[in-house]
Design a protein around this ligand. Structure first.
Ligand SMILES: Nc1ncnc2c1ncn2[C@@H]1O[C@H](COP(=O)(O)OP(=O)(O)O)[C@@H](O)[C@H]1O
Ligand SMILES: [Mg+2]
Length: 384
Protein backbone atom coordinates (compact mmCIF):
# COMPACT_ATOMS: atom_id res chain seq x y z
CA UNK A 1 0.00 0.00 0.00
CA UNK A 2 1.21 3.50 -0.71
CA UNK A 3 2.37 5.47 2.27
CA UNK A 4 0.36 8.59 2.95
CA UNK A 5 1.84 11.82 4.24
CA UNK A 6 0.21 10.98 7.58
CA UNK A 7 2.05 7.60 7.63
CA UNK A 8 5.34 9.29 6.83
CA UNK A 9 4.97 11.79 9.63
CA UNK A 10 3.89 9.04 12.01
CA UNK A 11 6.58 6.47 11.20
CA UNK A 12 9.65 7.70 9.36
CA UNK A 13 12.63 9.03 11.22
CA UNK A 14 13.86 11.65 8.79
CA UNK A 15 12.01 13.80 6.32
CA UNK A 16 13.88 15.95 3.85
CA UNK A 17 11.98 18.77 2.24
CA UNK A 18 13.08 19.94 -1.17
CA UNK A 19 11.77 22.36 -3.71
CA UNK A 20 12.69 25.60 -5.40
CA UNK A 21 13.02 28.89 -3.53
CA UNK A 22 9.95 30.53 -2.07
CA UNK A 23 7.51 27.65 -2.55
CA UNK A 24 7.05 27.17 1.19
CA UNK A 25 9.72 24.67 2.25
CA UNK A 26 10.52 26.32 5.57
CA UNK A 27 6.86 26.79 6.42
CA UNK A 28 5.89 23.25 5.47
CA UNK A 29 8.82 21.73 7.36
CA UNK A 30 7.55 23.46 10.52
CA UNK A 31 3.99 22.23 9.92
CA UNK A 32 5.07 18.62 9.42
CA UNK A 33 7.24 18.60 12.55
CA UNK A 34 4.37 20.13 14.52
CA UNK A 35 2.01 17.43 13.33
CA UNK A 36 4.45 14.69 14.32
CA UNK A 37 4.69 16.24 17.78
CA UNK A 38 0.93 16.15 18.02
CA UNK A 39 1.08 12.44 17.29
CA UNK A 40 3.25 11.97 20.35
CA UNK A 41 6.61 12.06 18.66
CA UNK A 42 9.63 13.99 19.70
CA UNK A 43 10.07 16.12 16.59
CA UNK A 44 12.63 18.67 15.60
CA UNK A 45 12.63 20.93 12.57
CA UNK A 46 15.91 22.15 11.15
CA UNK A 47 15.10 25.45 9.48
CA UNK A 48 17.19 27.49 7.12
CA UNK A 49 16.62 31.19 6.63
CA UNK A 50 13.13 31.29 8.14
CA UNK A 51 11.24 34.52 7.55
CA UNK A 52 11.83 36.75 10.56
CA UNK A 53 8.35 36.48 11.99
CA UNK A 54 8.25 32.72 11.66
CA UNK A 55 11.62 32.54 13.40
CA UNK A 56 10.16 34.63 16.20
CA UNK A 57 7.18 32.32 16.53
CA UNK A 58 9.48 29.31 16.69
CA UNK A 59 11.58 30.98 19.36
CA UNK A 60 14.58 31.23 17.04
CA UNK A 61 15.29 34.91 17.35
CA UNK A 62 18.76 34.39 18.66
CA UNK A 63 20.90 32.46 16.32
CA UNK A 64 21.46 29.28 18.21
CA UNK A 65 22.84 26.13 16.81
CA UNK A 66 21.12 23.81 19.23
CA UNK A 67 17.47 22.80 19.10
CA UNK A 68 15.13 24.77 21.33
CA UNK A 69 12.09 23.19 22.81
CA UNK A 70 8.92 25.09 21.93
CA UNK A 71 6.40 25.61 24.69
CA UNK A 72 3.49 23.21 23.93
CA UNK A 73 1.07 25.95 24.99
CA UNK A 74 2.01 27.65 21.73
CA UNK A 75 1.47 24.81 19.29
CA UNK A 76 -1.00 22.73 21.26
CA UNK A 77 -3.18 25.18 23.16
CA UNK A 78 -5.99 22.66 23.42
CA UNK A 79 -3.68 20.07 24.94
CA UNK A 80 -4.76 17.35 22.50
CA UNK A 81 -1.26 16.05 21.71
CA UNK A 82 -0.54 12.43 22.46
CA UNK A 83 1.74 11.68 25.40
CA UNK A 84 5.40 12.27 24.70
CA UNK A 85 4.79 14.79 21.96
CA UNK A 86 7.33 17.56 21.87
CA UNK A 87 8.43 20.07 19.27
CA UNK A 88 11.82 21.69 18.92
CA UNK A 89 13.31 23.94 16.28
CA UNK A 90 16.83 24.80 15.32
CA UNK A 91 18.03 27.33 12.84
CA UNK A 92 20.95 26.21 10.79
CA UNK A 93 23.99 28.26 11.48
CA UNK A 94 26.51 26.96 8.99
CA UNK A 95 29.45 28.70 10.57
CA UNK A 96 29.12 27.31 14.07
CA UNK A 97 28.19 23.84 12.79
CA UNK A 98 31.47 23.84 10.90
CA UNK A 99 33.36 25.08 13.96
CA UNK A 100 31.88 22.27 16.04
CA UNK A 101 32.99 19.80 13.45
CA UNK A 102 36.53 21.11 13.50
CA UNK A 103 36.59 20.87 17.28
CA UNK A 104 35.28 17.36 17.11
CA UNK A 105 37.87 16.06 14.67
CA UNK A 106 40.86 18.05 15.81
CA UNK A 107 43.45 16.03 17.67
CA UNK A 108 43.25 18.47 20.54
CA UNK A 109 42.40 22.03 21.53
CA UNK A 110 45.65 23.33 20.00
CA UNK A 111 44.87 22.07 16.53
CA UNK A 112 41.29 23.27 16.80
CA UNK A 113 42.42 26.70 17.89
CA UNK A 114 44.97 26.91 15.12
CA UNK A 115 42.27 26.26 12.54
CA UNK A 116 39.50 28.33 14.08
CA UNK A 117 41.67 31.41 14.39
CA UNK A 118 43.05 31.12 10.90
CA UNK A 119 41.93 34.00 8.65
CA UNK A 120 41.52 31.78 5.65
CA UNK A 121 39.38 29.37 7.61
CA UNK A 122 37.22 32.18 8.91
CA UNK A 123 36.61 33.30 5.37
CA UNK A 124 35.91 29.99 3.76
CA UNK A 125 33.91 28.50 6.58
CA UNK A 126 31.24 31.09 6.01
CA UNK A 127 31.64 31.47 2.29
CA UNK A 128 32.71 28.10 0.90
CA UNK A 129 30.11 27.26 -1.65
CA UNK A 130 28.18 24.24 -0.59
CA UNK A 131 28.83 24.91 3.07
CA UNK A 132 25.21 25.47 3.84
CA UNK A 133 24.21 22.35 1.97
CA UNK A 134 26.89 20.38 3.71
CA UNK A 135 25.91 21.76 7.07
CA UNK A 136 22.25 20.89 6.62
CA UNK A 137 23.25 17.25 6.21
CA UNK A 138 25.78 17.55 8.98
CA UNK A 139 23.16 18.89 11.36
CA UNK A 140 20.82 16.10 10.38
CA UNK A 141 23.47 13.54 11.19
CA UNK A 142 24.35 15.23 14.45
CA UNK A 143 20.73 15.24 15.58
CA UNK A 144 20.49 11.55 14.79
CA UNK A 145 23.61 10.76 16.73
CA UNK A 146 22.32 12.64 19.74
CA UNK A 147 19.19 10.52 19.56
CA UNK A 148 17.03 12.95 21.47
CA UNK A 149 14.43 13.19 18.74
CA UNK A 150 12.66 10.44 16.89
CA UNK A 151 11.62 12.60 13.95
CA UNK A 152 13.85 15.10 12.19
CA UNK A 153 12.45 17.33 9.47
CA UNK A 154 15.10 19.08 7.39
CA UNK A 155 14.44 22.18 5.40
CA UNK A 156 16.96 22.61 2.55
CA UNK A 157 18.88 25.71 1.48
CA UNK A 158 17.67 27.94 -1.30
CA UNK A 159 20.47 26.97 -3.67
CA UNK A 160 20.21 27.10 -7.42
CA UNK A 161 20.21 23.37 -7.61
CA UNK A 162 18.01 22.29 -4.73
CA UNK A 163 19.53 18.83 -4.66
CA UNK A 164 23.09 20.02 -4.13
CA UNK A 165 22.85 19.06 -0.49
CA UNK A 166 22.71 15.38 -1.35
CA UNK A 167 26.13 15.52 -2.86
CA UNK A 168 27.62 18.08 -0.54
CA UNK A 169 29.28 15.65 1.90
CA UNK A 170 30.99 13.81 -0.94
CA UNK A 171 31.94 17.06 -2.59
CA UNK A 172 33.65 18.26 0.54
CA UNK A 173 35.59 15.02 0.88
CA UNK A 174 36.59 15.16 -2.76
CA UNK A 175 37.82 18.67 -2.17
CA UNK A 176 39.83 17.61 0.85
CA UNK A 177 41.34 14.74 -1.07
CA UNK A 178 41.78 16.70 -4.26
CA UNK A 179 44.80 18.07 -6.01
CA UNK A 180 44.53 21.67 -4.98
CA UNK A 181 44.21 20.68 -1.40
CA UNK A 182 47.23 18.38 -1.59
CA UNK A 183 49.34 21.00 -3.26
CA UNK A 184 48.42 23.60 -0.71
CA UNK A 185 48.97 21.40 2.28
CA UNK A 186 52.18 19.77 1.02
CA UNK A 187 54.63 22.66 1.35
CA UNK A 188 53.83 23.36 4.94
CA UNK A 189 54.07 19.67 5.65
CA UNK A 190 57.37 18.83 4.03
CA UNK A 191 58.97 22.13 3.19
CA UNK A 192 58.81 23.89 -0.14
CA UNK A 193 61.63 21.82 -1.62
CA UNK A 194 59.64 18.74 -2.35
CA UNK A 195 56.87 20.54 -4.12
CA UNK A 196 57.07 19.87 -7.80
CA UNK A 197 57.47 22.46 -10.45
CA UNK A 198 53.84 22.68 -11.46
CA UNK A 199 52.77 23.15 -7.89
CA UNK A 200 55.36 25.85 -7.35
CA UNK A 201 54.08 27.70 -10.35
CA UNK A 202 50.57 27.31 -9.10
CA UNK A 203 51.48 28.66 -5.68
CA UNK A 204 53.38 31.57 -7.13
CA UNK A 205 50.36 32.51 -9.22
CA UNK A 206 48.10 32.33 -6.22
CA UNK A 207 50.52 34.46 -4.22
CA UNK A 208 50.53 37.05 -6.96
CA UNK A 209 46.76 37.16 -7.08
CA UNK A 210 46.01 36.99 -3.39
CA UNK A 211 49.15 38.38 -1.84
CA UNK A 212 51.69 36.25 -0.04
CA UNK A 213 50.14 36.79 3.35
CA UNK A 214 46.87 35.30 2.26
CA UNK A 215 48.74 32.40 0.72
CA UNK A 216 50.58 31.76 3.94
CA UNK A 217 47.34 31.76 5.85
CA UNK A 218 45.86 29.41 3.33
CA UNK A 219 48.72 26.95 3.49
CA UNK A 220 48.76 27.17 7.20
CA UNK A 221 45.13 26.30 7.25
CA UNK A 222 45.56 23.25 5.08
CA UNK A 223 48.49 22.10 7.11
CA UNK A 224 46.52 22.52 10.29
CA UNK A 225 43.89 20.28 8.82
CA UNK A 226 46.27 17.35 8.66
CA UNK A 227 44.93 14.19 10.16
CA UNK A 228 41.39 15.39 10.05
CA UNK A 229 40.55 14.08 6.59
CA UNK A 230 39.75 10.65 7.92
CA UNK A 231 37.13 12.07 10.22
CA UNK A 232 35.48 14.07 7.48
CA UNK A 233 35.63 11.17 5.10
CA UNK A 234 33.94 8.75 7.52
CA UNK A 235 31.40 11.33 8.38
CA UNK A 236 30.44 11.85 4.74
CA UNK A 237 30.00 8.11 4.33
CA UNK A 238 27.74 7.95 7.35
CA UNK A 239 25.64 10.88 6.16
CA UNK A 240 25.20 9.00 2.90
CA UNK A 241 24.11 5.92 4.82
CA UNK A 242 21.57 7.99 6.69
CA UNK A 243 20.17 9.36 3.44
CA UNK A 244 19.92 5.81 2.08
CA UNK A 245 18.28 4.52 5.24
CA UNK A 246 14.74 3.31 4.88
CA UNK A 247 13.68 5.57 7.73
CA UNK A 248 14.48 8.57 5.52
CA UNK A 249 11.84 10.04 3.23
CA UNK A 250 11.95 12.85 0.69
CA UNK A 251 9.15 15.30 0.14
CA UNK A 252 8.96 17.66 -2.82
CA UNK A 253 7.15 20.98 -2.46
CA UNK A 254 5.88 23.07 -5.34
CA UNK A 255 3.51 25.91 -5.96
CA UNK A 256 0.87 25.56 -8.67
CA UNK A 257 2.79 27.78 -11.08
CA UNK A 258 4.04 26.11 -14.19
CA UNK A 259 7.73 26.88 -13.58
CA UNK A 260 7.65 25.67 -9.95
CA UNK A 261 5.89 22.49 -11.01
CA UNK A 262 8.39 21.87 -13.77
CA UNK A 263 11.15 22.22 -11.22
CA UNK A 264 9.39 19.87 -8.79
CA UNK A 265 9.13 17.31 -11.58
CA UNK A 266 12.80 17.75 -12.26
CA UNK A 267 13.63 17.17 -8.56
CA UNK A 268 11.39 14.12 -8.44
CA UNK A 269 13.19 12.63 -11.44
CA UNK A 270 16.61 13.48 -10.06
CA UNK A 271 15.78 11.98 -6.69
CA UNK A 272 14.61 8.86 -8.48
CA UNK A 273 17.88 8.46 -10.33
CA UNK A 274 19.76 9.01 -7.06
CA UNK A 275 17.81 6.14 -5.52
CA UNK A 276 15.84 8.43 -3.26
CA UNK A 277 12.36 8.27 -4.81
CA UNK A 278 9.98 10.92 -3.49
CA UNK A 279 7.65 9.66 -0.81
CA UNK A 280 5.38 12.68 -0.79
CA UNK A 281 4.60 15.78 -2.78
CA UNK A 282 2.83 18.92 -1.67
CA UNK A 283 1.52 21.71 -3.81
CA UNK A 284 1.38 24.79 -1.66
CA UNK A 285 -0.65 27.98 -2.18
CA UNK A 286 -3.45 26.50 -4.22
CA UNK A 287 -6.45 28.70 -4.85
CA UNK A 288 -9.29 26.82 -3.24
CA UNK A 289 -12.28 25.61 -5.18
CA UNK A 290 -15.13 27.10 -3.16
CA UNK A 291 -17.97 25.47 -5.04
CA UNK A 292 -18.10 22.24 -6.98
CA UNK A 293 -19.93 23.74 -10.00
CA UNK A 294 -18.18 24.85 -13.17
CA UNK A 295 -17.06 28.44 -13.68
CA UNK A 296 -19.32 28.56 -16.73
CA UNK A 297 -22.46 28.09 -14.63
CA UNK A 298 -21.34 30.74 -12.15
CA UNK A 299 -20.64 33.18 -14.95
CA UNK A 300 -24.13 32.63 -16.43
CA UNK A 301 -25.60 33.35 -13.02
CA UNK A 302 -23.59 36.58 -12.86
CA UNK A 303 -24.93 37.61 -16.28
CA UNK A 304 -28.54 36.91 -15.35
CA UNK A 305 -28.21 38.90 -12.13
CA UNK A 306 -26.36 41.68 -13.88
CA UNK A 307 -29.19 42.17 -16.36
CA UNK A 308 -31.53 43.08 -13.51
CA UNK A 309 -31.79 46.70 -12.52
CA UNK A 310 -31.82 46.68 -8.72
CA UNK A 311 -28.55 47.54 -6.92
CA UNK A 312 -28.60 44.39 -4.77
CA UNK A 313 -28.67 42.12 -7.84
CA UNK A 314 -25.89 44.09 -9.46
CA UNK A 315 -23.71 43.77 -6.39
CA UNK A 316 -24.45 40.09 -6.24
CA UNK A 317 -23.62 39.78 -9.94
CA UNK A 318 -20.17 41.22 -9.22
CA UNK A 319 -19.60 38.66 -6.49
CA UNK A 320 -20.63 35.83 -8.79
CA UNK A 321 -18.33 37.14 -11.51
CA UNK A 322 -15.52 37.21 -8.96
CA UNK A 323 -16.28 33.67 -7.87
CA UNK A 324 -16.28 32.53 -11.52
CA UNK A 325 -12.82 34.07 -11.97
CA UNK A 326 -11.65 32.23 -8.85
CA UNK A 327 -13.03 28.95 -10.15
CA UNK A 328 -11.16 29.50 -13.40
CA UNK A 329 -7.88 29.99 -11.56
CA UNK A 330 -8.50 26.94 -9.36
CA UNK A 331 -9.38 24.76 -12.35
CA UNK A 332 -6.33 25.94 -14.28
CA UNK A 333 -4.06 25.28 -11.31
CA UNK A 334 -5.51 21.83 -10.87
CA UNK A 335 -4.92 21.05 -14.54
CA UNK A 336 -1.29 22.16 -14.19
CA UNK A 337 -0.69 19.51 -11.52
CA UNK A 338 -1.32 16.65 -13.93
CA UNK A 339 2.31 16.17 -14.94
CA UNK A 340 3.66 15.97 -11.41
CA UNK A 341 0.78 13.80 -10.26
CA UNK A 342 1.42 11.30 -13.04
CA UNK A 343 5.15 11.32 -12.51
CA UNK A 344 5.00 10.46 -8.83
CA UNK A 345 1.97 8.13 -8.91
CA UNK A 346 1.01 6.18 -6.86
CA UNK A 347 2.55 8.60 -4.34
CA UNK A 348 -0.25 11.02 -3.49
CA UNK A 349 -0.14 14.75 -4.07
CA UNK A 350 -1.34 16.89 -1.17
CA UNK A 351 -2.68 20.40 -1.61
CA UNK A 352 -2.42 23.39 0.67
CA UNK A 353 -4.51 26.51 0.28
CA UNK A 354 -3.14 29.94 -0.49
CA UNK A 355 -3.82 31.86 2.71
CA UNK A 356 -4.58 35.55 2.63
CA UNK A 357 -1.71 36.24 5.03
CA UNK A 358 1.86 35.12 5.41
CA UNK A 359 2.37 32.16 7.69
CA UNK A 360 4.15 33.41 10.75
CA UNK A 361 2.33 32.17 13.82
CA UNK A 362 1.09 28.89 15.18
CA UNK A 363 -2.54 29.59 14.41
CA UNK A 364 -1.70 29.90 10.70
CA UNK A 365 0.64 26.93 10.81
CA UNK A 366 -2.26 24.95 12.25
CA UNK A 367 -4.40 26.09 9.38
CA UNK A 368 -1.94 24.52 6.96
CA UNK A 369 -1.77 21.44 9.17
CA UNK A 370 -5.53 20.97 8.82
CA UNK A 371 -5.14 21.24 5.05
CA UNK A 372 -2.52 18.53 5.00
CA UNK A 373 -4.13 16.22 7.51
CA UNK A 374 -7.88 16.64 7.12
CA UNK A 375 -8.50 13.28 8.78
CA UNK A 376 -6.85 14.25 12.04
CA UNK A 377 -9.01 15.79 14.73
CA UNK A 378 -8.75 19.57 14.61
CA UNK A 379 -5.81 20.76 16.70
CA UNK A 380 -7.24 24.24 17.12
CA UNK A 381 -8.59 25.27 20.51
CA UNK A 382 -12.30 24.64 20.90
CA UNK A 383 -14.31 27.69 19.90
CA UNK A 384 -11.27 29.46 18.43
N1 LIG B 1 -0.04 28.49 1.97
C1 LIG B 1 0.47 29.72 2.10
N2 LIG B 1 -0.35 30.80 2.05
C2 LIG B 1 0.16 32.05 2.16
N3 LIG B 1 1.46 32.34 2.36
C3 LIG B 1 2.33 31.31 2.42
C4 LIG B 1 1.87 29.95 2.31
N4 LIG B 1 2.97 29.15 2.43
C5 LIG B 1 4.03 29.96 2.60
N5 LIG B 1 3.66 31.26 2.61
C6 LIG B 1 4.53 32.44 2.74
O1 LIG B 1 5.41 32.47 1.63
C7 LIG B 1 6.71 32.93 2.00
C8 LIG B 1 7.77 31.90 1.60
O2 LIG B 1 7.58 30.71 2.36
P1 LIG B 1 8.84 29.89 2.88
O3 LIG B 1 8.31 28.74 3.66
O4 LIG B 1 9.79 30.77 3.56
O5 LIG B 1 9.41 29.37 1.48
P2 LIG B 1 10.82 28.67 1.16
O6 LIG B 1 11.38 28.16 2.44
O7 LIG B 1 10.49 27.59 0.19
O8 LIG B 1 11.66 29.73 0.55
C9 LIG B 1 6.66 33.18 3.50
O9 LIG B 1 6.45 34.54 3.72
C10 LIG B 1 5.44 32.37 3.95
O10 LIG B 1 4.83 32.96 5.09
MG1 LIG C 1 13.26 28.67 3.28
Amino acid sequence: MTESLADIVAHRRTLIICGSGGVGKTTTAAVLAMHAARLGRSAVVVTIDPARRLAQALGLEELGNIPRLIDPELWDPAGTRLPGGQLSAVMLDAKSTFDNLVMKYASGPDQAERILSNTFYRNISSALSGTQEYMAMEKLYELHEEGENDFVVVDTPPSRNALDFLEAPDRLTRFLEGRVFRILSAPARRGMKVVNKAARLFLRTIARVLGSEVLEDTMDFFAAFEGMYEGFHDRAARVRELLDDEGTAFCVIASPRRDALAEAEFFARQLGTMDHPVSAAIVNRMHPSFVPSLAEATRLRAETLGSRQDPASIRLADLYANLAAFQDVAAREDAELGGLRELIAPVPLAKVAFLSDDVHDFATLQHLEENLFPESPSPVRQGA
